[in-house]
Design a protein. Structure first.
Length: 609
């Protein structure tokens, strides 16, 4: 007999979270790092943390993490999950497609699918994708403005969302609209570069509740491409400072043909080369013309001088990589397969060109070349990326968040890493290298649960100055103080225990702990000690009991800092660029202070201390 009650009663709860974890397990993916993030994220929400950040390295699998997190949010009863994506149609399509293929229930919708008056939001569950575009956001707000409980997951949360007018007591349009959309909901910013979210106080996110998304075993990132020890596991080809000569792109392209052919013969895989020289479309056009010109010559195979010169160049390069017999096979393979190419220009001119960008990000041809600027700088994942020609430089300071995001070579580079090539001007590589060291050391403070300290110098800045909330962020010229501790004779014994200043610092850290002397600071000092132990001076402790009125003796603080020129003891430590000194009061309370004299600044959000 027909019984309607069987169909209208509440159905058994769905375990979408487990379904997504099982999906990853079937793909051979270790799920522990996903479970850690989800567990901490749900704990934050339970404790009514309205705004927090999840951060992980570029191209480390954050999209899969967001899929798993969304499944858990739905299981926990959150009806509306909104995915905010950069104002990039192709990036929206890429992420929407990956969410859809995961089998999430309900299927994710583009915001344009739900703004129709015939679509009723009601009490149903929704996963809604929307670009960070003022018109799109306003339409979405108009549609769901009456829904209070919602979760926003902001992919690349440090981009566009922060208020760059924070010091003018105004709001940027995107910041204002995201805040309206958020209402009383939960904001989760996801990014590889959280400095701007911190220094901007975006939606009052709490760095003490940030969550680290760890990398997977096959990930190749900073330690691979910018190693401290200088040992490279890939091919780094540095260009001179005057790198505008077209020959450098031509040679990089020919090297890509050689490496892609060698690997394709073995694996049958298609490979991609990324050409990132500029943010200007006119420059992309010039790069495109040059690449097409080379492909035309090799495809024509006419016995002309330009064809002979190109093949001779391939011959010379191949012989530097492989033995003559193997290089001969590679050259023949290139010429036989050169028409299996695809050149894709990835910029905002896409409507005129009508390109499908997925042909570049997931290469459909043996020789796939992607040319792009700002669009490829964030969020776009390149599968089988084998070569990157990167000359995107600036005349003045490089910005950490921007250049870290441009490291498109990061990710799972598999067994072909030793054939991967990065072609880049030498000075730009050195700046980029330092940028990543600063970033990693800054994140160490966040990983330890401390207030993040962002590091800058004359060539590298952490974020755009307009996004820094100057009411709470301290820009220090070089001195840092840490947590208060009990001063004792044991400390004095450590200070005189060795002639090796690094050993003394390690012993102090072991005794005092990371709050009083952070491990990340020790690593930073060691990595930037160009004269070995002579670069570090660990001074004798000083009693501040009789210091002047500008010293707060209880909190052991002084607005101008404690380590002045007289404290540096330059005669005793002529080569020291790093100085450590302990100051204590009459109550035997003390702080460790650090001063750097190599033109490095530290930014710290005092609101979060």
């Amino acid at each position: 007999m027909f019984d309607i009650s069987k169909y209208v009663n509440e159905q058994p709860p769905k375990n979408r979270y487990k379904i997504q974890l099982d999906r990853l397990v079937k793909k051979g993916i270790n799920i522990e790092r996903f479970k850690k993030v989800v567990s901490k994220g749900m704990k934050n929400i339970t404790e009514v943390k309205r705004s927090f950040c999840i951060y992980g390295d570029p191209q480390s699998g954050k999209t899969e993490m967001m899929i798993v997190l969304t499944a858990k949010l739905l299981d926990a009863g959150h009806k509306v999950v909104i995915m905010l994506i950069n104002d990039n149609v192709d990036l929206l399509r890429q992420n929407l497609k990956r969410f859809s293929k995961s089998g999430l229930d309900p299927s994710p919708k583009n915001f344009s699918e739900i703004i129709d008056p015939n679509v009723h939001i009601g009490k149903q569950e929704w996963i809604i994708f929307c670009k960070k575009n003022s018109k799109d956001l306003q339409k979405l707000i108009d549609k769901i403005k009456n829904i209070d409980e919602k979760v926003i997951i902001d992919d690349e949360g440090d981009y566009a969302t922060p208020n760059s007018k924070v010091n003018k007591e105004k709001q940027t349009k995107i910041n204002q609209l995201v805040e309206q959309l958020l209402g009383n909901g939960i904001y989760i910013g996801v990014t590889a570069t959280p400095a701007r979210l911190d220094l901007n106080n975006t939606f009052n996110n709490s760095s003490s509740h940030w969550i680290r998304f760890e990398t997977h075993d096959k990930y190749h990132g900073q330690n691979t491409f910018f190693p401290i020890n200088g040992h490279l596991k890939y091919r780094l080809n540095t260009l001179p400072n005057e790198y505008d000569d077209p020959k450098y792109l031509k040679e990089a392209l020919l090297r890509f043909f050689i490496n892609a052919s060698y690997l394709n013969i073995k694996t049958g895989e298609n490979y991609c080369m990324l050409v990132h020289t500029s943010g200007k479309m006119v420059d992309h056009s010039e790069d495109y013309k040059q690449i097409i010109h080379i492909l035309n010559i090799l495809s024509d195979k006419s016995p002309r001088e330009d064809f002979e010169n190109l093949v001779k160049k391939i011959f010379d390069i191949a012989n530097t990589y492989f033995n003559p017999e193997k290089s001969d096979d590679i050259i023949k393979y290139i010429l036989a397969n050169i028409k299996r190419n695809k050149v894709v220009v990835m910029n905002s001119d896409r409507d005129k060109k009508n390109y499908d960008f997925t042909q570049a990000t997931n290469p459909v041809s043996l020789f796939t070349i992607a040319i792009g600027g700002n669009i490829v700088s964030r969020g776009v994942t390149f599968e089988n990326l084998l070569s990157m020609f990167f000359t995107r430089d600036v005349k003045h300071k490089i910005q950490q968040d921007t250049y870290i995001q441009r490291a498109r070579m990061f990710g799972n580079r598999g067994d072909y890493l030793k054939y991967f090539e990065l072609t880049i001007p030498e000075n730009l590589y050195l700046d980029w290298h330092r940028c990543f060291i600063f970033h990693e050391l800054s994140l160490q403070s966040a990983i330890l649960g401390n207030t993040p300290i962002w590091i800058e110098d004359k060539r590298v800045r952490s974020v755009s100055s307009s996004s820094i909330d100057k009411t709470t962020v301290k820009m220090d010229s070089g001195e840092m103080g840490f947590a208060i501790f009990d001063y004792s004779e044991i400390i004095e014994n450590i200070l005189t225990s060795s002639n090796n200043s690094f050993m003394i610092l390690d012993s102090l850290n072991e005794l005092l702990g990371n709050d009083c002397l952070p491990k990340f600071l020790l690593e930073f000092i060691k990595k930037f000690s160009y004269d070995g132990i002579n670069s570090l001076a660990v001074h004798k402790s000083t009693d501040i009991s009789n210091r002047g009125e500008d010293v707060n003796k209880d909190t052991i603080e002084r607005p101008k800092g404690f380590i002045g020129n007289s404290e540096l003891e330059k005669g005793k430590y002529p080569h020291a660029t790093h100085h450590i000194k302990i100051f204590f009061n009459s109550k035997n309370k003390a702080r460790v202070f650090y001063r750097c004299i190599i033109n490095i600044k530290f930014l710290k959000n005092l609101k979060k201390c």
